[in-house]
Design a protein. Structure first.
Length: 475
């Protein structure tokens, strides 16, 4: 049947697409931990087997529908899923570990190094807490699985649709819309090829015809990579600071140099993220279903027909329109709704407020706990308290402002290329780090005064409490 001619369409066509009526055994999901095993080995390729199908099980409801492209690197998808599902888990579990290290440091049970203050400081919190956080974020779900909790149920096409039994495979493919209807939300692992692959666009069409945009979450696959690199850069900075304390006696010269180098790396990665964000806008504004590629061209008529039926079922077009008109309506729907939706999902900067707090905690909260080693060497507890209050204030205010500047400024003047782009990145680093360094120096001076003055200490404590209240409200 030609695309430009009217076709016979009934409500039973859509019922077959979006429900499991008469075939509930096809409604399957897999626990999250099973697809994260062995660094997401299941994402190595699209080839499935009876064994991979048995990883899933029949369910009455699916937690999250994962929409992705098989052409994207397995490691990027593993990082993105770990980042999305395990960031909160890692943040929660690393706290008792950090407190335990801090207590052991205060009792003098862990190693320390000399410091310019005249009292040694610990090293364990700064070196082990970031590592512990990364391990928990990447492997926390697998660790919980050892204790019987495998996480939320998810839909992954390779596992939930039989890949060897052709009859079951055809039935499962036809039910992609039904899998979405049975899911609580949709998670899009976005890459630059997401909107040029026909099957992922079909999944999007099934979602838009049935659900609200608010029920979809978008995680760019490179986002988690940038986060991990930034965290590693901060950790390296900490290690270099420890080495400078050990061999140079102070960090007044070493720390600014290291900060400029690490800041340059972060700025480069963040600028790439801003370029990708801008490209998404262009891609969605010019979206056209007919331009999408399909691995097997024989699948194209089936996908076109299903999308046309979905557009009719949701009232986007009258039931009597021809297929071409229904597909054009879908194109308009994507161009009208998705650019703003993606801008909202991605935000203006790569990270959310909670991520900036994680960065500042890596720098200041770990240093605060390492400073507790000074108690074991006879330093006045009031002075240690003043340092701790000052470092906490820096973590809650100055450091996340510095990180926000370092991830916002590279998003300007994206039209610059070559040496001009490099020069702008350098200017962004300087414009972020220099004011940040001045603010940090002022905070350090305030902490010294707080060690000698009750009113100043009270001001710092009150400021910390206010900042914590604001953060709790924001989160």
């Amino acid at each position: 049947m030609e695309a430009g001619t009217p076709i016979s369409w009934t409500s039973s066509d859509v019922t077959e697409l979006v429900t499991f009526e008469g075939c509930t055994e096809l409604r399957r999901a897999v626990p999250l931990a099973r697809i994260l095993r062995s660094h997401g080995r299941i994402f190595a390729d699209s080839a499935g087997s009876a064994a991979t199908y048995l990883l899933s099980e029949p369910v009455s409801r699916i937690g999250v529908f994962i929409s992705h492209n098989w052409a994207v690197s397995r490691m990027l998808k593993f990082l993105a899923l770990s980042y999305h599902f395990s960031f909160g888990l890692a943040s929660l579990l690393v706290l008792p570990f950090a407190l335990l290290l801090g207590a052991a440091t205060a009792l003098g049970l862990l190693p320390d190094v000399d410091n310019s203050s005249g009292y040694p400081v610990g090293i364990s919190c700064r070196m082990l807490c970031p590592l512990c956080f990364l391990v928990l974020m990447l492997f926390g779900r697998n660790i919980l699985a050892w204790f019987g909790y495998e996480g939320p149920s998810v839909f992954l096409d390779k596992v939930c649709i039989h890949q060897e039994d052709m009859a079951l495979k055809e039935q499962g493919i036809k039910k992609l819309g039904a899998f979405l209807a049975a899911s609580d939300s949709m998670l899009v692992l976005y890459s630059d090829i997401y909107f040029v692959k026909l099957w992922t666009v079909y999944e999007l069409a099934s979602f838009l015809s049935q659900r609200e945009i608010s029920e979809m979450t978008v995680v760019p696959v490179r986002h988690a990579l940038v986060f991990c690199v930034v965290l590693i850069c901060l950790t390296i900075t900490q290690v270099l600071q420890i080495l400078a304390n050990r061999f140079l006696g102070n960090t007044e010269l070493a720390l600014p140099v290291v900060a400029l180098i690490m800041g340059s790396v972060v700025t480069f990665l963040v600028r790439q993220w801003h370029r990708e964000r801008a490209a998404i806008d262009v891609r969605l504004t010019n979206f056209r279903l007919q331009d999408c590629s399909c691995f097997c061209e024989s699948d194209r008529p089936l996908v076109y027909s299903n999308i046309a039926n979905l557009m009719r079922s949701c009232g986007a077009v009258p039931n009597s329109v021809v297929q071409d008109q229904a597909l054009d309506a879908f194109n308009d729907l994507v161009r009208r709704t998705m650019p703003q939706a993606f801008r909202t999902f991605l935000g203006r900067v790569p990270f959310q407020f909670k991520h900036y707090l994680a960065f500042s905690a890596v720098r200041n909260v770990t240093l605060m706990m390492d400073n507790w080693a000074q108690l074991a060497h006879g330093r006045d507890p009031r002075a240690v308290l003043a340092d701790s209050v000052g470092l906490l204030f820096e973590a809650l205010t100055v450091w996340w402002l510095l990180a926000a500047a370092l991830t916002t400024l590279p998003g300007f003047h994206l039209q610059l290329t070559g040496w001009r782009s490099i020069a702008w990145c350098g200017a962004c680093v300087v414009a972020s780090i220099v004011p940040g360094g001045i603010l940090l120096a002022l905070c350090d001076e305030g902490a010294k005064r707080a060690a000698e003055s009750d009113p100043v200490l009270a001001v710092f404590v009150a400021a910390d409490i206010c900042a914590l209240i604001i953060i709790i409200i924001c989160l």
